[in-house]
Ligand binder design. Sequence first.
Ligand SMILES: NC(=O)c1ccc[n+]([C@@H]2O[C@H](COP(=O)([O-])OP(=O)(O)OC[C@H]3O[C@@H](n4cnc5c(N)ncnc54)[C@H](O)[C@@H]3O)[C@@H](O)[C@H]2O)c1
Length: 345
Amino acid sequence: MRILLTGGAGFIGSRVAGKLVEDGHEVRVVDALVHGAPPVFPEEVEFVHGDLRDPDTVDRVLGGVELVSHHAAMVGRGKEILDGPRYVGCNDLGTANLLAAMTRRDIGQLVLASSVVIYGDSRYDCPEHARVRPSRRTRADMDAGRYEPRCPECGAELVASAVREDDPLDPPRNVYAVTKLAQEYLVGAWANETGAAAVALRYHNVYGPGIPYDSPYSGVAATFRSAVRAGRAPRVFEDGGPTRDFVHVSDVVSANLAALRWTGAGMRAFNVASGEPRTIGQLATALTEAAGTPAPVVTGEYRPGDVRHIVASADRLRAELSWRPEIGFHAGMREFATTEMRYAS
Ligand SMILES: NC(=O)c1ccc[n+]([C@@H]2O[C@H](COP(=O)([O-])OP(=O)(O)OC[C@H]3O[C@@H](n4cnc5c(N)ncnc54)[C@H](O)[C@@H]3O)[C@@H](O)[C@H]2O)c1
């Protein structure tokens, strides 16, 4: 199949490119290289240095393409609203340009690199009031060390569980999440309107070889890995109890291959998660133990807008596309503790 891979020079995209070629696909990568020099691609990959915000570039790179794997995006929390114009431009204008050009060229298959950030929090149940949406955590709560979300009715601590694809999407809490949610809405509208087939892969926290060095744009895995690399103790926020699911980049790549098998019409969303949620404290400890570097320090710091728990179930991806993650938490962390890293964002 002739595939256009946007963002194919990035952490995840570059791995997807290699695997697509290995599986016999013809791959053209388009990337604006926001992190600098591109990686070394297999020689079969055609690389175009271009920006999705430019409609002429988008139209040009779609020539002869049958399917688009859309990974290009500005990622992470960054400088929040100060980064708004760039995030909205790259993530949403870029996606709109892509969908318009695909429609003009009658290209009807797309895989979107989406994110679990669009859910906001995990699912929560109150012992008294069943399923509830928690109140947002206030600065006063966090300053007092009250980190767990509480029931908006009775104030009781809530019990978190995994979100599923049909759960409501929370009003997003940061600029990145807003733009990722808008991407899915744009793709959904396009697929419904044109009868195209779109898969939204909602990645959890991705880690593995080639992860970027720590920067204001990094997630917690890159931040802790950078600390370990520098021989520093990772600084663990809150009480170390926020829960995430850390999924290895090679399992994300295999989810992308599985997504090519989806043949429905409209948009279908799939969570991509290891199924082994861990706290950020456990992540820091696993990494420092594997690397033999100083133990983590729990600091009680916090970032307003961070969610306490976000964990997603990948049962749909397993059931409908026969995907199985292959790298468990401890094996993945042993590798990650010493793996190479890439560009500073
Ligand atoms: N890394 C994660 O944990 C994670 C989690 C959930 C979702 N995702 C999604 O996966 C995708 C890839 O993420 P990543 O971690 O590999 O990030 P990355 O920053 O390494 O890669 C993104 C690539 O997109 C390119 N890009 C950005 N704006 C562009 C534009 N306007 N035109 C062309 N190229 C542009 C960048 O140059 C970069 O190479 C993103 O869509 C991201 O939102 C990542």
